[in-house]
Design a protein around this ligand. Structure first.
Ligand code: BG6
Length: 465
């Protein structure tokens, strides 16, 4: 099957500072929660590979931007690290700023427009010690960091984002307790989620102020990136199944979509939270602050849908409210390495939801990708990894993107996660995502997999075969 994407549709790479830069002791960088956790308990990381090196991009970025250029990619999104740009007093760290100035200049030289996100799960450890997202002070500190970033890089960066996947920390760190600070308390998770929403809105307000003062480029724009997961349930759902969908969709998707599109939070979700003893810690005047949350465009990360049904119990073993339990669709196809369902049509379904509900809101696929364990097993006699599964994955998703565009969705581009293999949190380098591999045994050297040539063709022709 062949599909075509519009001539001005862009292709690029999705990455993040904490997963690529490394250089954790350089430029006066402070410890993030990931650096701290790696120091405290290296066994929590696959093969004992902690956060320190990323994929060594902090040393190799010139070569990496050349690779992007060679593959026909015209943009990439990364994130600044709060811990590199800002010191413990809240002031700009000049050495850290220069690190990013040099990176931006190197990207430009290769014709790569570097989009900049401000936060990718990388809380400074000293901020976590002060209470992290549970405290309003952190919200204000984040707004200060954003203000500094907009003003320092205003003439260099065109596309800004406040957060990547703001839903992940409330879930992973405060409900499921898998990530530092290992909490299982839904009430605290709701506080975190609410404060991140406020932090997003305050950062957008800082952006608008800088815009008014002419301190950012005239073509600059700001967005929010979330892993939107289209929700599905059984074919013949009960009222309780639909209620499970409402709250799952409400917390995961609508919360961030309403904030980004309208500067509001979904009232039905807020009411349900209050009724379940997890009220948001709202203060007078917050609604006005949240109204600044409206963005210029949206990043839509898509890996998998969420399938739910009514829960069996109202509360979990920690006494937290439970709104849904997983529904295993009998026809599901899995990426077994990651344990994630592969369902390309989800990208269309959610894209059309954005179109229906917010017809003027432009968006791009800001992440989509396939991480596979043990890719060495797929090397041919000449040593090249034959990753046809990756080509199939991307082709199938792009076909649905093309269809969404045909049907009126304002989807303007696609960033693959991660064009070059990178460090994946606790999984470190277990699952490889790249079209380009990284050889950990030989100085993090880059090498092309079979799919790289395929990507070059798609990115330069916009024909997907
Ligand atoms: C996204 C994140 O959720 O998925 C990335 O924005 C992450 O940071 C990517 O790396 C892939 O997930 P994982 O857990 O396999 O690295």
């Amino acid at each position: 099957m062949t599909s075509r994407l519009p001539d001005d549709f862009f292709f690029g790479a999705a990455l993040s500072g904490p997963q690529t830069e490394g250089c954790w002791k350089k430029t006066g960088k402070l410890e993030s929660v990931w650096d701290h956790w790696s120091q405290q308990d290296i066994d929590a990381f696959y093969n004992k590979v902690g956060s320190y090196v990323g994929n060594d991009m902090g040393n190799q970025y010139r070569g990496d931007y050349k690779i992007f250029h060679d593959l026909g990619l015209t943009s990439a999104r990364t994130s600044m690290q709060w811990t590199r740009l800002i010191d413990q007093t809240g002031a700009l760290n000049r050495e850290g700023a220069d690190f990013y100035h040099e990176m931006l200049a190197a990207a430009k030289e290769e014709g790569v427009d570097l989009f900049m996100n401000l936060y990718h799960f990388d809380m400074p450890y000293y901020m976590l010690e002060r209470g992290g997202w549970e405290k309003r002070e952190t919200v204000e500190a984040f707004a200060g960091y954003a203000r500094t970033a907009f003003r320092e890089f205003g003439q260099e960066v065109r596309c800004w984002f406040t957060f990547n996947e703001p839903i992940v920390e409330p879930e992973n760190s405060y409900t499921e307790g898998n990530w530092i600070p290992f909490v299982h308390d839904f009430k605290r998770a709701v506080t975190v989620q609410y404060h991140i929403a406020l932090a997003h809105a305050l950062a957008v307000r800082e952006f608008r102020l800088a815009q008014k003062e002419g301190l950012v480029r005239s073509d600059a724009k700001i967005g929010l990136i979330n892993c939107f997961a289209p929700p599905y349930t059984k074919e013949d759902p009960s009222a309780a199944d639909l209620e499970a969908v409402r709250m799952t969709d409400g917390l995961h998707n609508r919360w961030w979509l309403d904030l980004a599109a309208d500067g509001t939070l979904p009232q039905d979700v807020i009411d349900t939270l209050a009724a379940r003893d997890a009220a948001v810690p709202a203060r007078p005047g917050d609604d006005e602050l949240l109204s600044f949350g409206k963005v210029d465009w949206l990043g839509f990360n898509y890996y998998q849908p969420v399938r739910v049904q009514a829960p069996e119990a109202d509360a979990d073993e920690w006494g937290n409210p439970v709104f849904a339990r997983p529904y295993i669709w009998p026809e599901r196809r899995m990426n077994e390495s990651r344990g994630w369902e592969i369902y390309p049509q989800g990208i269309y379904d959610f894209g059309m939801k954005i179109k229906r509900e917010h017809p003027d809101l432009e968006f791009f696929i800001s992440e989509n990708g396939m991480g596979v364990e043990g890719e060495d097993a797929f090397r041919d006699e000449s040593g090249v990894i034959q990753d046809d599964y990756r080509i199939d994955f991307v082709r199938d998703h792009l076909a649905w993107v093309a269809k969404a565009i045909e049907d009126g969705a304002k989807c303007v581009g696609y960033h693959y996660w991660a064009v070059i293999d990178n460090w994946s949190w606790n999984n470190a380098f277990k699952n490889r995502y790249g079209f380009v591999g990284v050889d950990l045994m030989h100085g993090y050297q880059r090498y092309y997999k079979k799919s790289a040539e395929w990507l070059r063709r798609v990115a330069t022709t916009r024909v997907v075969e």
